[in-house]
Every structure is written in structure tokens, then in C-alpha cells.
Write a protein that binds this ligand. Structure first.
Ligand code: FAD
Length: 504
């Protein structure tokens, strides 16, 4: 029998898929299609879910409403410009140590690669298959070391950057094993010289790695605009501009959401997919935490851009530092790190919080939308500069100031697994968050998976990964630090403290 991922990978592109056939109805009332669903947040998780539900026969009679802080009548700013799903670029890779994510990403890549018609997801510059050079620091495996298969169950909390790279290598080899043409585009880089040759900028990073010509990057903002256009064309979804202040509850049932302007939206099922802001609405203690990640953009001359035109994306899994190839005269440098925490005192406790006093401090995003003067801390800016010097050592760029910097926010979980599940204590509440800084690539496929979980059918390979982890109020709950082997930087940095430190 074909595996679920094999079946789905034979589907036509998202833009050409016919609506799915009627599905088995569930005997559980929780799993029957609700008469109305309110989706809070229109990033990758929220918008793709709305799209998937709007095309399912089971949900034909369900009223679907999507609310976002951004104004949907202005597609240039929808979703909000400070949402994680909006940026110039996001890496599109199936390079994962976990075989389930690797397979799902490989399935998504089939659609990213669609570039025949202007309307295809990958067309009009939305996807570039530049290749990805994945490297790590530390002792390189001796030549001839057998490739350890990533299909065995791995303890992600014990992985180093090198482990992450080695398991990913095994998974991409396995994905390409049935296609020699694909296999030819994956190559081990066993030392710094090989890494330098594969990078082609004159720079290098890491001691071992591999280049995967099947990976690349997407223009995230343009891809979200592409999806939004499709969703609007369905004509099935009500879009509302507004900020949800809190969830409305009756007993232990969530009945809707109250907006900051006092309006109340009621629904049978509320899905919170508010990205790194989710912890403001639902208590995520021990489950997920908002962490701020640094980015810097440097202007290039046309000559510099031409010099770097053929570089792959480079990602060092030990430092978390990565650079995306230039586009439109701009080079992007970023860091996939433990990130900064921004403890924020709330005026309303998030739903399910055991802390009744409003002194509950939750890490929440701080962005230039609320503080236009916000800069990246010196610690982060210096790390980005270090990446530039190592990975793209053009003398002319050495001291060129960043045109723009940004702090972009992840909803981080301890294992970097997403949280896609019904809330264990509140009826009528579903949560899709915990993106852990790697969900964008799944844009073509994640909505269908979330819709499956809403319908009570979590993909078997993600059972135990996407679940709500601890019972709320569990005394054993610990602070969330993402230990999947991919993070650079230092855990637990507080944004306000780092912002107070001067640049060296
Ligand atoms: C710096 C950075 C680099 C990344 N790189 C990659 C990468 O290379 N590859 C990759 O695959 N992924 C990457 N990611 C991760 C990816 O971008 C995220 O996983 C994904 O975009 C998360 O989508 P989301 O829907 O959960 O959140 P978001 O996109 O943040 O969407 C949440 C939405 O909720 C709305 N909202 C929040 N609170 C409220 C409220 N109270 N009321 C109404 N609306 C609200 C917001 O306005 C926002 O539009 C990166 C992320 C960052 C920050």
C-alpha cells in the first residue's frame, strides 16, 4: 500500500487541486464539522487552513471567518508586515533530521517547483532553486563514516548541529534514492575546502556539510500574496480586520473572541494561529514561547550582485547563521538562534493560565509596528556581521552598514515540533502554532494537514509530535528552550537587557 505521503505527492499542484471528496463522518461531536469556525491569525498556519477547509465538502456548510490585525482590504499589508510569514525570503528545504518533516517538506517542494504558468506557486520569482549548503562546526566525521539513517527514532533534544546535518544528509539521500538525476544534485562537502568550493563566494563556514541542489528559497511575502489571492477567489471566507483581545468562554467552552474595539465574533470552533502572539490568548506555559530572531539586509551594487548570483543558500546549524542569495540588489543575513525573550505583563490572563493575577509575564513579540525605533541588539548585529565576513567576504561589503534590520518572532517549542491540536481542557478551541522557525516551506501542504487534524485524523507520522504536550498546570513544566540541534546563539537572552548594551 502506498504511504500517505506518496499518495499526496502525486496530487496536482495546490492551485489545480479539485475539492476533496466527502470524508468519513466521525462519531465524536468534537470532530464533526462545526457550523462556524473562527481562525485567528492569517499567517501560513491560518490562511492555509482556511483555504483547505473552504475546499472540503464536509465543511461546505461551515461559515469560515479569518481575523488578523492587518487589514485584508489592503493585500499589500496582509497578513501583518511583522508576521513571521512575511519577508523577502524563507529557505525551502527537505533537509531535516526527522524523516517525517523531511518527507512533508519534499512533498511541498513538488509544488514550489511548479513554474510553468505565471499562476504556479513557484513562478514570477516566488521560488528560486539556488541549492542549499548545510554545514556544521565541530569534529567532522572521518571519511567513509557510514550514513546513519534518519528514519530511526531520534532523540531530538540530544542533537548537535553536526548531528542535525548528518541525519538530514541521510534523509535527503533517501528521498533522492529513487531518482539518479536528483541524487546527482546532492554532494557531500567533507572539509572546509569543499565547503568553500560549493559556496563560490570565496568564503566558508563549518567543518563538514553537504550541498543540496534540490533546495532553495521562496519570496515569502509574494507567496502569501499569491495564496491570499487564491483564497479570495474561492469566495468562501469572511475576512475581518481587527485585533483579538481575548477568547470568549462559557464554562469550559470557547464561544468566540472579543476584539480590542469591543466587537465579539462568535463561532462553534475557534482556531488560534496567531504565531508568536498566540501566548497572549492561550496559556502556552511549557508548550511554546515567543523568541526574537535577528535579520539584516545589505544593499549590493549590480556588480556585487552579479558576483554572488550563483551562490547557494548557506546555513550553519551550529551557529544558526545563514545567508540567502541576493535578489533585487539586497543580500539577507539572519540567525536561527535560541533568540531573545520579551517578557510582557498582560492586562488579561491568557486562557487556561493558572496565574490569576495579571502579573503573568509572557514572552511576546516586540516589532517596529509598535516601536518604530526598534533595532537589533549589538550582540545580534555583531553575529550577523561575523556571518558576512565568513560566508561572503567581499572586501567592499566588510563594513557596509545594514540598510535595514529586523527582529522576527518564532513560536518556539522544546523539540521544534509544531503544536496542531485541540486544547485538552477547553471545548471549541483548536491551536495551530509552535512554528519553531521552520514552517514557511510547508505553505503548499500544511493547511491540508491541519484540516485533517481538525477532522480528527492527525497524520500518523506526526502523532506524538504535533500534540499538546503537558496537561495545563502540570507542576513539572519547565521553561521552553528549543533543543533540536539547529540553534545558534545563547539561550535565555532578554531583549530589553540586550538592547541596553552598546555596540562594540
Ligand atoms: C527570521 C525568520 C526566519 C525564518 N526562516 C524560515 C525559513 O527559512 N524557512 C521556513 O520554512 N520557515 C522559516 N521561518 C518560519 C516561518 O516564517 C514561520 O514558521 C511561519 O511563517 C509561521 O506562520 P504562523 O502562521 O504561525 O505565524 P505568523 O506568520 O506570524 O502569523 C500570525 C498572524 O497572527 C496575527 N495575529 C497575532 N495576534 C493577533 C491577534 N490578537 N488578533 C488578530 N490577529 C493576530 C498576526 O498579525 C499574524 O498575521 C522563519 C521565521 C523567521 C521569523
Amino acid at each position: 500500500m502506498a504511504s500517505p505521503s506518496a499518495l499526496s505527492s502525486s496530487l496536482p499542484p495546490l492551485s489545480q487541486q479539485p475539492p476533496l471528496p466527502p470524508q468519513q463522518s466521525s462519531s465524536s461531536s468534537r470532530l464533526s464539522p462545526p457550523s462556524s469556525i473562527l481562525i485567528i491569525g492569517s499567517g501560513v498556519f491560518g490562511l492555509t487552513t482556511a483555504y483547505a477547509l473552504s475546499r472540503r465538502h464536509d465543511f461546505a456548510n461551515t461559515t469560515i471567518t479569518v481575523i488578523d490585525r492587518a487589514d485584508p482590504s489592503n493585500p499589500d499589508v496582509f497578513p501583518a508586515p511583522d508576521a513571521a510569514s512575511v519577508d523577502t525570503s524563507r529557505i525551502i528545504r527537505a533537509d531535516y533530521p526527522d524523516a517525517a518533516y523531511a518527507a512533508l517538506a519534499a512533498e511541498a517542494q513538488l509544488q514550489w517547483r511548479q513554474q510553468t504558468h505565471p499562476d504556479d506557486l513557484g513562478s514570477e520569482g516566488r521560488y528560486s532553486e539556488s541549492g542549499l549548503l548545510l554545514v556544521a562546526d565541530g569534529p567532522a566525521p572521518p571519511p567513509g563514516t557510514p550514513v546513519v539513517t534518519g528514519t530511526t527514532v531520534i532523540d531530538k533534544s540530544k542533537l548537535t548541529g553536526m548531528d542535525y546535518a548528518r541525519f538530514s544528509w541521510a534523509n535527503v539521500l533517501s528521498i533522492a534514492s529513487s531518482d539518479p538525476e536528483l541524487a546527482a544534485r546532492i554532494k557531500e562537502c567533507p572539509n572546509t575546502d569543499a565547503i568553500k568550493a560549493a559556496l563560490g563566494t570565496g568564503g566558508s563556514s563549518g567543518s563538514w556539510g553537504y550541498i543540496n541542489g534540490l533546495s532553495g528559497w521562496a519570496n515569502a511575502g509574494a507567496s502569501m500574496a499569491w495564496l491570499y489571492k487564491r483564497v479570495r477567489a474561492e469566495g468562501r471566507i469572511n475576512f475581518v480586520a481587527g485585533e483579538v483581545a481575548n477568547l470568549e468562554v462559557s464554562g469550559n467552552t470557547v464561544t468566540g473572541a472579543r476584539l480590542s474595539d469591543g466587537r465579539v465574533l462568535s463561532a462553534d470552533l475557534v482556531m488560534v494561529s496567531a504565531g508568536a502572539w498566540t501566548g497572549r490568548l492561550v496559556d502556552l506555559t511549557g508548550q511554546a514561547i515567543a523568541t526574537g530572531q535577528v535579520l539584516g539586509y545589505i544593499d549590493l551594487t549590480p556588480e556585487e550582485e552579479a558576483q554572488l548570483a550563483h551562490m547557494p543558500v548557506i546555513l550553519n546549524l551550529s551557529s544558526g547563521l545563514f545567508i540567502i542569495p541576493p535578489k533585487d540588489g539586497v543580500l539577507k543575513i539572519a540567525r536561527h538562534a535560541y533568540g531573545y525573550l520579551n517578557p510582557t505583563t498582560l492586562s488579561t490572563s491568557p486562557l487556561g493560565s493558572s496565574v490569576t493575577a495579571l502579573a503573568a509575564a509572557v514572552s511576546l513579540p516586540l516589532t517596529t509596528l509598535s516601536d518604530p525605533t526598534l533595532q537589533v541588539p549589538a550582540e545580534g548585529a555583531e553575529d550577523l556581521r561575523r556571518a558576512l565576513h565568513q560566508m561572503v567576504p567581499l572586501p567592499s561589503l566588510r563594513d557596509r552598514p545594514f540598510r535595514k534590520t529586523r527582529i522576527c518572532w518564532y513560536s518556539d517549542t522544546p523539540t521544534a515540533d509544531f503544536i496542531i491540536d485541540y486544547h485538552p481542557e477547553y471545548k471549541g478551541l483548536f491551536v495551530a502554532t509552535g512554528d519553531s522557525g521552520h514552517a514557511f516551506k510547508f505553505l503548499p501542504v500544511i493547511g491540508e494537514k491541519i484540516a485533517d487534524v481538525i477532522a480528527g485524523r492527525c497524520p500518523p507520522e506526526f502523532v506524538g509530535k504535533w500534540n499538546w504536550r503537558y496537561p495545563p498546570g502540570d507542576a513539572a513544566i519547565k521553561a521552553v528552550i528549543t533543543e533540536d540541534g539547529s540553534r545558534g546563539g545563547i539561550p535565555g537572552l532578554i531583549l530589553s537587557t540586550e538592547l541596553g548594551k552598546a555596540m562594540n
